[in-house]
Design a binder for this molecule. Structure first.
Ligand SMILES: Cc1cc2nc3c(=O)[nH]c(=O)nc-3n(C[C@H](O)[C@H](O)[C@H](O)COP(=O)(O)OP(=O)(O)OC[C@H]3O[C@@H](n4cnc5c(N)ncnc54)[C@H](O)[C@@H]3O)c2cc1C
Length: 400
């Protein structure tokens, strides 16, 4: 038998695939790792943020990807304004792309490479080329999450270049003092330099549709209300992310893989494996933990990769139970324009608890603390939503 053309084939050079490639290159340099990315750049055109406290292990390997770092952040609600000390970080796709190009040679980082067919030991591209592989990891993202239900976090973000300094010294991770529309609405503002601020208008909504002109107008109104004079809009991104409240993990897993090979043969990572925080929809810390896990394994083969990924994703699903319950309360019990009250109350809790929440590491005591006291939503509606009788949840199978 001839040797495979690569030991590990990673399909998709986005966040999850890119981090796995970097972790494997750093910790398993003897493995030949090949990334197949359909775009001309890895990671698209993205800013991914996270709390420094989300990353427990080998944060040093992520350092080159970080474009901005801040000591602390702020939240604003009608009845609460608070500055927290947890450090905040932003990674950019441009840096991910540069790190991958530094770690992998041109024949191991294939851009413009559209994967059309996948087998446990073979990858075929749209241009007809095929590659044999010791193991295949599918990290091609997910347009929707079949068999899961919940709501949507949707947003438009713009990098605003101002004609005078904005005066922010740290990010505003949630400014919910804005008018509430279409569910829980808040503005997110990241000051990248004295005159550059990335402003995102965000909604925890029941429907995935984005009304771009309206949201752009609201960003302009927010900037004007802060007294910021916008000289130019340098960059824009939009997102419609599933917020998971309930679902059938096994059906999801079998649907997202090729039929019949859900648990064997082909590995999966990132959103395609459901590796996202059920309530925040963020995935960077989860993707990093999984990348480190894969790079710690002695054997990565077509025989082991499917079960390894399935076991990890299943455990992630199990650990997400509490966050899915909170999502059910947020979407099922709270009247859309009162949803902000859930977060307003949450931000009155201790910083370590908030850190563990974002890291997806809440303890049983945290769960009790979050649920204790007078609920910010009507008790009857909260109980009904937990019993599955609340406002109907949206199927998350597709974003349109
Ligand atoms: C606008 C936006 C902002 C976000 N901000 C944050 C944030 O700040 N922090 C955070 O933690 N999370 C954030 N998220 C959520 C989540 O982390 C991202 O969606 C993340 O990119 C998911 O990682 P992934 O690797 O699964 O998918 P992706 O990063 O989307 O990667 C999938 C890759 O596969 C490639 N691909 C797809 N099909 C093929 C094919 N047939 N052949 C070859 N390649 C293919 C794509 O081009 C893409 O590069 C954000 C999401 C969006 C949409």
């Amino acid at each position: 038998m001839s040797a495979p053309s690569t030991d590990i084939a990673i399909l998709g050079g986005g966040l999850a695939g890119g981090l796995i490639a970097l972790a494997l290159r750093a910790r398993r340099p003897e493995l030949r790792v090949t990334v197949f990315e359909q775009g001309l750049q890895c990671g698209g055109d993205h800013v991914w943020s996270f709390f420094a406290s989300d990353i427990e292990d080998r944060a040093d390997l992520l350092e080159p990807l970080i474009a901005a770092r801040w000591q602390g952040y702020e939240v604003r609600f009608p009845k609460r304004r608070r500055v927290l000390t947890t450090a905040y970080r932003s990674v950019t796709s441009a840096r991910l792309d540069a790190a991958l190009r530094a770690a992998l040679s041109a024949e191991r980082l294939l851009t413009g490479a559209i994967v059309t067919q996948v087998e446990p030991d073979k990858v075929t591209l749209a241009d007809g080329r095929s590659f044999s592989a010791g193991a295949v990891i599918d990290a091609r993202g997910a347009a929707g999450l079949p068999h899961l239900a919940g709501g949507w976090q949707k947003f438009v973000g713009q990098m605003l270049r101002l004609s005078a300094p904005h005066g922010l010294s740290h990010p505003i991770v949630m400014d919910a003092t804005v008018a509430q529309h279409d569910g829980y609405r808040f503005v997110y503002a990241l000051p990248f330099s004295a005159t550059e601020v990335f402003v995102e208008d965000t909604y925890y909504a029941d429907r995935p549709q984005l009304d771009l002109p309206v949201l752009r107008g609201r960003i302009a109104d927010y900037a004007a209300a802060q007294g910021w004079r916008v000289a130019s809009i340098d960059y824009e991104e939009t997102g419609v992310l599933p917020v998971i409240a309930a679902g059938d993990f096994d059906a999801f897993w079998n649907t997202m893989g090729a039929p019949g090979i859900g648990q064997t043969g082909i590995g999966r990572a990132g959103a395609r494996a459901g590796l996202v925080h059920p309530l925040t929809s963020y995935s960077l810390p989860i993707a990093w933990r999984f990348a480190l896990h894969l790079s710690s394994l002695e054997t990565l083969s077509a025989q082991t990769i499917g079960p390894v990924c399935h076991a990890w994703a299943r455990e992630h699903w199990r650990r997400g139970r509490f966050y899915r319950m909170l999502t059910r309360m947020l979407y099922g019990a709270a009247v859309p324009d009162r949803r902000y009250k859930v977060l307003e109350r949450f931000y009155g809790l201790s910083e370590p608890l908030i850190e563990r929440f974002y890291a997806g590491r809440s303890t049983k005591a945290d769960a009790l603390r979050i649920l204790a006291g007078k609920p910010p939503v009507p008790l009857g509606a909260a109980m009904a939503s937990l019993a599955g009788r609340g406002r109907p949840l949206a199927p998350l199978g597709a974003t349109t």
